[in-house]
Write a protein that binds this ligand. Structure first.
Ligand code: ADP
Length: 475
């Protein structure tokens, strides 16, 4: 100020020097930045603000008697207003490495947990809180087992991983607070201080639940496809086997019939006795052919789902009695002793009466076929004392028996036991396949137990009425 005379000069020179340099730098920044950018706008408002405040500093001219007051104050307020506006609008924020690192950590998709050498959690990011369902202050400055109380098994696994060697993509399971199971993949790395000592363990956890589910679904699909493919191949093979077996089985009785009839036709003077013998053979072969065609048709119908089932209330005693009555003469002829036993009382069941009789007849005729003269056959019917009260029918004989390895196979079409003594006995290998289809259609099960040379027992179960509807036939 003039009243300070010469001593005010250095101050005035310094002040205006700083003022000029500052204005110059803002003006350079303003001119040097691209049009429309925040940087240009920021430099522009700051340049304006400083011009205004330097004008305010001209208040010393009041000491020369020029009325300046209160213009200086107004200008200072204008400077404050412009600066506040500039700061609020353009946010002067220094992008430091620490600031950038924090931003990166918080915008990461994966959970990041930093442990100190004592295994205490020192830093977590937002993704950690989202993934584990804890607030930052619930887990920071604690060991995992102290904070993640909800999934203690996971917390203990995490502690032991952090204590051990570094891991890459280790899979762990975590129970959320809602008790959902999450699959996590975990990788760790150790940070060392300049002296080479461990400073912290950084653990990155990613949620791989969705990926795992997709992988599992894909694997299941592949297994299902492989299984379907295997079944298709088996069906294809069965079909070609079936055609070749059926054509062979049909052709052989037909050939016999034809050759015997040709013989009879060729030799009209054949002795009566011989002719009758030939006619009997033709008759037996015709019966065999009829049975075979019936069996093949039955099986084909059941398998194709076109069998007409007459489901009604059936008494199992009547089924057994009918079958036993129709097989009686055969048993008598062969000198076989047949007995039956019924567990009383037996509930009724829902089923196709004629088909169930067919099952029992098939089993009885097998028992008669494979039991030598003088043997015994017993039919036992009982009802299980369980809540579903299944009916169990067991047909035992004292026949030739079945080798263990054939016990399941004989229920397949055209499969006969490998026992040579059975091979000599007439049969096609369709009876048990039909019996199994019928029993399974009714929701039951059929199986065989046997001891070679001692006898066999064929057992089947049927659900009693009101317990388990008949199984739907599958193609
Ligand atoms: P088939 O009797 O016409 O050969 P099945 O399907 O009824 O056809 O029987 C298949 C095979 O199971 C028979 O060939 C026989 O080897 C064996 N098998 C069935 N029942 C008995 C039985 N009670 N004792 C011994 N073997 C039997």
């Amino acid at each position: 100020y003039p009243k300070s005379r010469i001593t005010s000069l250095p101050f005035i020179l310094f002040f205006f020097g700083v003022m000029l340099v500052t204005l110059r730098r803002f003006a350079t920044a303003y001119r040097g930045s691209a049009k429309g950018t925040a940087h240009k706008k920021r430099a522009g408002t700051l340049l304006l603000g400083h011009i205004v405040t330097y004008l305010a500093s001209l208040d010393y001219i009041a000491s020369f008697g020029i009325p300046w007051y209160p213009i200086g104050y107004i200008l200072i307020f204008a400077f404050i207003g412009i600066s506040v506006h500039s700061i609020r609008r353009y946010r002067f924020m220094a992008i430091t490495p620490a600031f950038a690192a924090r931003q990166i950590i918080d915008t990461m998709n994966d959970a990041l947990i930093v442990f100190d050498p004592d295994g205490v959690i020192r830093l977590v990011n937002q993704a950690t809180c989202n993934l584990f369902g804890y607030h930052e202050k619930e887990i920071v400055n604690k060991r995992p087992a102290g904070g993640m109380v909800n999934s203690i098994v996971f917390a203990e696994q995490l502690e032991s991983i952090v204590r051990g060697e570094t891991v890459r993509n280790q899979e762990l399971f975590y129970h959320t607070r809602e008790n959902a199971l999450q699959a996590l993949s975990l990788s760790t790395s150790t940070m060392l201080n300049p002296a080479g000592e461990p400073l912290a363990t950084v653990c990155v956890v990613s949620d791989i639940t969705d990926r795992k589910r997709v992988e599992q679904e894909r694997e299941q699909l592949i297994t299902q496809l492989q299984e379907a493919n295997r079944k298709l191949q088996a069906v294809d093979k069965m079909k070609s086997d079936f055609v070749s077996i059926v054509s062979h089985e049909l052709r052989s009785p037909l050939t016999t019939i034809k050759s015997f009839i040709e013989l009879i036709l060729m030799k009209p003077n054949m002795p009566e006795e011989k002719r009758t013998k030939f006619m009997n053979t033709v008759n037996t072969e015709t019966d065999r052919l009829r049975r075979l065609v019936n069996d093949i048709l039955d099986l084909a119908r059941i398998e194709a789902g076109s069998m007409k089932w007459k489901m009604e209330e059936v008494s199992v005693e009547e089924v057994i009695r009918d079958a036993v009555a129709s097989m009686g003469p055969l048993f008598e002829n062969k000198g076989l002793h047949m007995t039956t036993s019924f567990d009383a009382p037996l509930s009724a069941l829902t089923g196709d009466r004629d088909r169930l009789v067919q099952v029992v007849i098939n089993l009885l005729s097998n028992a008669a076929k494979f039991t030598p003269r003088g043997g015994a056959v017993h039919v036992a019917v009982r009802q299980e004392r369980t809540p579903d009260g299944q009916i169990v029918v067991a047909i035992s004989d004292t026949g030739i028996g079945i080798p263990k390895e054939s016990l399941e196979l004989i229920f397949e079409k055209f499969q006969r036991s490998g026992d040579p003594s059975a091979g000599a006995i007439e049969g096609t290998g369709l009876g048990l396949a039909i019996a199994r289809q019928i029993v399974e259609y009714h929701g039951g099960r059929i199986w065989a137990e046997s001891e070679l040379g001692k006898g066999s027992t064929f057992t089947f179960t049927l659900p009693s009425a009101g317990h388990g509807a008949p199984a739907q036939h599958e193609l």
